[in-house]
Design a binder for this molecule. Structure first.
Ligand code: PBG
Length: 323
């Protein structure tokens, strides 16, 4: 007798019944770029069609729409007016992200989970995620600044800080600083396994955060794409130091890392489907080489199947239509 797994694929109804992984709106987090120079409205990002940089006002409106769609959260990235060597506008009380956090919280309260990417690269003249001296990104000097940024976001009312810098020891310093100032309830979502990837290109255009001088890449602090054992080590350290949730980044090229993380740790794990992944599918679809919607849905479903509890994706808003 022939064994026939195909019987379970006979119709969409039976496929639905036996599908092991289902994507829902509640799995999604939408990234938002907020630019200090924009006074009102939004501007499309050249390297990321259908993605925008928002003014603070427009970002608040956007968050309302996102919350109405049923998406649980947004992650904020700021593009400041002024950059300097130390990224000091990242921790300014009236910085673009601080203003956005206050504004969004005032309008929406707990209707949306507010996550703030916590890093220096958008705020430094050199474009690195830490203090640059003699062509080196200094670890310990950077920690103090990261803690200041995280504290400043907490003071503005953020729910979650998401350090994406990859300095050693940052989670501990941020956790201690938050505790000292009585922000016990602020979560840390650490980019625990963040690789030195070519897939961040369009984001760096969008956020004006490409390395400009000094080192020309981030390989001395972000992870080497060939390594998986090291990811275990990074994740373990971040959890020990006080991370509540972790991220694996990028998404599709690193599904093995996601699965590995899922099998080895019990904290919530997110995957960041990054700008280059977005750009690839958008560009191929524009040429008619793939079916855009199908490719997007498959991408997100597969990230979930590999072990993600949630996914940061530029398609979050759009896919709500299909879910
Ligand atoms: C900041 C940061 C980056 C991304 C998220 N946070 C860029 C980088 O590390 O250069 C990339 C996100 C994307 O490509 O969509 N450090």
């Amino acid at each position: 007798m022939l064994i026939r797994p195909r019987r379970l694929r006979k119709s969409e109804r039976i496929r639905e019944l036996v599908r092991e992984t289902n994507l829902t709106k509640k799995d999604l987090i939408m990234p938002l770029f907020i630019e200090e120079r924009i006074e009102r409205g939004k501007r499309e990002i050249a390297s990321m069609p259908n993605q925008y940089r928002f003014s603070v006002e427009a970002a608040i409106e956007e968050c309302k729409e996102i919350a109405d769609l049923g998406i649980p959260g947004v992650i904020l990235f700021g593009i400041p007016k002024k950059k300097d060597e130390y990224g000091s506008s990242a921790y300014s009380k009236d910085g673009v992200i601080q203003r956005a956090i206050r504004g969004i919280k005032e309008e929406l309260g707990d209707e949306i989970l507010l996550i703030a990417d916590t890093c220096l690269c958008e705020y430094t003249t050199h474009g690195h995620c830490g203090i640059l001296r003699d062509n080196k990104v200094l670890n310990d000097e950077t920690l103090k600044i990261l803690a200041k940024i995280a504290l400043s976001y907490a003071e503005s009312g953020v729910d979650v800080v998401a350090p994406s810098d990859m300095m050693d020891g940052r989670i501990r310093v941020i956790r201690e600083t938050l505790e000292e100032h009585n922000y016990q309830d602020v979560c840390i979502m650490s980019y625990a396994a963040k690789y030195a990837s070519a897939f961040y290109g369009p984001f760096r255009d969008a956020a004006e955060s490409a390395p400009r001088y000094g080192l020309k890449d981030r390989k001395t602090y972000q992870m080497d794409p060939g390594n998986w054992r090291e990811a275990l080590r990074e994740i373990e350290l971040d959890i020990e130091e006080g991370a509540d949730m972790i991220l694996i980044k990028p998404g599709l090229p690193y599904l093995d890392i996601l699965r590995l993380a899922r099998d080895n740790f019990n904290v919530p794990i997110g995957s960041y489907c990054v700008s280059g992944e977005y750009a690839m599918i958008e560009a191929a679809a524009e040429r008619g080489w793939i079916n855009r919607t199908d490719a997007i849905m498959e991408t997100l479903l597969c990230i979930k199947r590999a072990g993600a509890d949630f996914i940061i994706t530029y398609w979050a808003k759009e896919v709500c239509e299909y879910l």
